[in-house]
Design a protein around this ligand. Structure first.
Ligand code: FE2
Length: 144
């Protein structure tokens, strides 16, 4: 089921919130693409988009954290490293599955599990456990 943006995810900075919404929307799009897993192009497109958006976002977040001297920036950057390793692992597996001529029930279940994991354990955990600490540290919404 697609995850809906919730105000409790807001870190109080418009640009960062917008990037988090984009990551969430991309994961939801990946889930929608899974309604037709035999059509692999959208799956690969959205997993690649997620990878690209995530790298850009983490870099942007780290730049803003440095600018605002966010006190937990080192642990946040370490969190980003784990998230990238995790995302690379899942992306590789999506590519491995997509190479198959026919998908088995297990392959489709794996794709669903990856998407659920990305939404809940990957993105929401990043937002709620690490990024919410930025609230109040990142200045006004005006800087990009
Ligand atoms: Fe973030």
């Amino acid at each position: 089921m697609p995850i809906k943006w919730d105000n409790r995810f807001s870190v109080g900075h418009n640009t960062i919130d917008a990037e988090h919404k984009l990551l969430l929307t991309t994961i939801n799009a990946l889930e929608i693409a899974l309604h037709h897993p035999e059509d692999k192009e959208p799956l690969l497109f959205f997993i690649d988009q997620l990878h690209e958006f995530a790298l850009t976002h983490f870099h942007h977040e780290e730049t803003l954290q440095l600018k605002h001297l966010f006190p937990f920036r080192e642990e946040n950057a370490r969190g980003h490293e784990y998230l990238i390793v995790d995302l690379n692992r899942i992306r590789d597996d999506v590519y491995r599955i997509a190479k198959k001529a026919t998908l088995s029930v297990t392959d489709i279940a794996d794709l669903h599990n990856h998407t659920t994991y990305l939404a809940k354990d990957w993105l929401i955990a990043h937002l709620l456990k690490e990024d919410l600490k930025m609230k109040g540290f990142m200045g006004d919404d005006g800087d990009e």
